[in-house]
Design a protein around this ligand. Structure first.
Ligand code: CTP
Length: 137
């Protein structure tokens, strides 16, 4: 099985590790990593760690097989089609938000290509945003 998961993965933390470990139980894990330019345009601020820094940490994680840039930005279909995964995995925090709108695909688009979308249980109590708040003291 080939697993696609996308994200920013800034200030790599245990929530990221848990997600990637679950993905890895399913098969080979490809991370589509958001570029600095896309993050700046989408979040309105640059990440603490650059693309190169975030990529090198992900590549050192035993649960990650390959890191590729999320080339299409808000249109994730560009990179998904390149990866051509069996499964698209995302943290379950997205089950309460419009992940389809965020990613730029529809259920029909997934079905037509045979891509399964799965939600991995979200790790409560830690996130990049939460770590930044902790560092404020
Ligand atoms: N994730 C998770 N558990 C957490 C934090 C993130 O499962 N505690 C998952 C997200 O659902 C996503 C992936 O990790 O599938 C990458 O999330 P990302 O947005 O890069 O990290 P966050 O820590 O959620 O960043 P932020 O606080 O900026 O939203």
């Amino acid at each position: 099985m080939l697993i696609y998961t996308g994200g920013t993965f800034d200030l790599f933390h245990s929530g990221h590790v848990n997600l990637l470990a679950k993905c890895s139980q399913l098969g080979r894990v490809i991370v589509a990593l958001n570029t600095d330019e896309f993050i700046a345009s989408y979040k309105g601020k640059v990440p603490v760690m650059s693309y190169k820094e975030r990529k090198s940490v992900l590549e050192a994680c035993r649960y990650v097989d390959e890191v590729v840039p999320n080339e299409g930005g808000s249109d994730s279909t560009v990179t998904i089609l390149k990866v051509n995964p069996d499964i698209i995995a995302i943290g379950s925090d997205w089950a309460r938000r419009d992940y389809y709108l965020q990613m730029g695909f529809t259920q029909d688009w997934l079905d037509a290509r045979g891509y399964s979308l799965i939600y991995i249980p979200y790790t409560q109590g830690i996130s990049t945003t939460n770590l930044k708040a902790r560092m404020q003291g």
